[in-house]
Write a protein that binds this ligand. Structure first.
Ligand code: PMT
Length: 401
């Protein structure tokens, strides 16, 4: 469920060409169920008329400082009290400077000055303006004052030049908003998460692997990071983009995953192993591509080390969470793995079900603890499964200290 649902968000729109992304940002917020109020500066209205934002938000757009809300309260103060968050996208060098230096000479700058809620700034400007020492000084002050700022990206600029100054993409701004609004209940945890399959090479072009897409592990990493944990994501080959702000380590084989996991384990407070590690690897990796012949061939396989079992033997005060992908005797097999690998929790995953387990966007799991309690979750998007697993981690941390 989107965290913006039911939230009162103010979008401040200022005069820069990146304003062309603002209607899309507004649409996405409305889609999430946010109540959005748009405030436009005078210069913004040179680029787009208020009617565009009014149509998309379903609310009158505020364009002047002395604009009364229907309740007849002075609007910048009333709005500042009501808003759960203010997002200024685009943020020009001008509004950045005004906010950093306490200047309130229009609706948007006075609103920000009166606000108690989080304020997110998405700067957009020419790269030389962004690099200007005065702008950088303002950025530094704003961060120190507790403003959230999503750095501009590098790329083609509207002026025809290339450099750092492009406003962050709509998707990134939404993610940052989600992160700012999410409670930081996992702050202080350093969570090591493994995800995806491993690939065990037979020759330079072939390998043994499985259907893991990495979606479950990446969802855990994304949610844990949003909730304030420091996250290390060790991933086998997937087609996913790693979540922002996590330490990302890409591996290929089970042996590479073992090496990276044992190294990162030292500093971790929690480990969640959602990766589908190959239990066996070809005994020999051929240097050249295996040639087809008329006869059948037999592959010799040798056992890969069980990484989780190894971690369980050295876990110390860490919390260890494993997954069990099963097609039969789900609970019994998962409970056996919980004991054998010295885990605190195991996530039992019936992978024979449709829309659950490997590759799907949803998952249906049971969370089993050492006391034998079984929490039976319905079929849910993997992001929600991740939230519930991390809630259990939080409860366990409270008990264990
Ligand atoms: O990636 P997705 O497409 O989103 O799919 C998610 C998933 C189905 C892969 C995931 O939910 C899941 O169930 N992961 C565990 C898969 C698995 O390998 O289960 P297992 O029962 O074989 O292993 C038990 C545990 O030991 C797992 O935590 C596994 O990471 C770990 N293990 C297994 C073998 C090995 N050599 N080393 C290990 O550490």
């Amino acid at each position: 469920m989107c965290i913006l649902k039911g939230k009162e968000i103010v979008i401040g729109v200022t005069g820069g060409i990146a304003i062309c992304k603002s209607p899309e940002l507004l649409r996405e917020m409305v889609k999430c169920g946010a109540k959005v109020q748009v405030v436009m500066t005078k210069h913004a209205q040179e680029f787009i008329t208020p009617l565009t934002f009014q149509t998309l938000s379903g609310n009158l757009v505020i364009t002047q400082l002395f604009h009364l809300l229907p309740e007849s309260k002075i609007s910048h103060v009333a709005l500042a009290e009501r808003a759960d968050m203010i997002v200024i996208a685009p943020t020009t060098a001008n509004i950045l400077g005004k906010i950093a230096n306490g200047i309130g000479d229009d609706m948007l700058s006075t609103l920000v000055m009166a606000a108690k809620c989080p304020v997110l700034l998405a700067p957009a400007m020419n790269y030389r303006m962004w690099a200007n020492p005065a702008v950088q000084r303002n950025v530094k002050h704003l961060k120190q004052d507790g403003y959230h700022l999503i750095e501009p990206g590098f790329g083609d600029l509207a002026c025809g030049e290339e450099g750092k100054g492009r406003m962050a993409e709509v998707e990134e701004i939404l993610e940052e908003m989600e992160e700012v609004l999410t409670g930081k209940d996992l702050q202080g945890e350093r969570i090591l998460i493994t995800a995806g399959p491993t690939q065990e090479p037979l020759d330079p072009v072939r390998f043994i692997s499985n259907r893991s897409s990495g979606k479950m592990g990446y969802a855990l990493a994304h949610v844990a990071q949003k909730r304030g944990a420091e996250v290390i994501l060790i991933s086998g080959p997937t087609s996913l983009i790693p979540p922002r702000k996590v330490k990302f380590i890409k591996v290929g084989t089970a042996l590479e995953m073992r090496e990276a996991t044992l190294r990162e384990f030292q500093e971790a407070t929690v480990v969640i192993k959602s990766a589908a590690v190959a239990d066996y690897r070809p005994t020999v990796k051929e240097e050249r591509k295996l040639k087809k012949s008329d006869s059948s061939i037999t592959l010799a396989l040798e056992k890969n080390p069980d990484i989780l079992e190894e971690l369980g033997k050295n876990k110390g005060s860490r919390i260890l969470i494993g997954f069990a992908a099963e097609t039969e005797r789900l609970i019994k097999n998962a409970q056996d793995k919980l004991k054998a690998k010295n885990l605190d929790l195991i996530i039992a995953n019936d992978v024979s079900q449709e829309n659950s387990g490997f590759s799907s966007d949803t998952n249906q799991v049971k969370i089993i603890d050492q006391e034998g309690t079984i929490e039976d979750l319905p079929l849910l998007p993997k992001g929600e499964v991740a939230e519930l697993i991390l809630n259990r981690l939080k409860e366990m941390r409270k008990r264990k200290g």
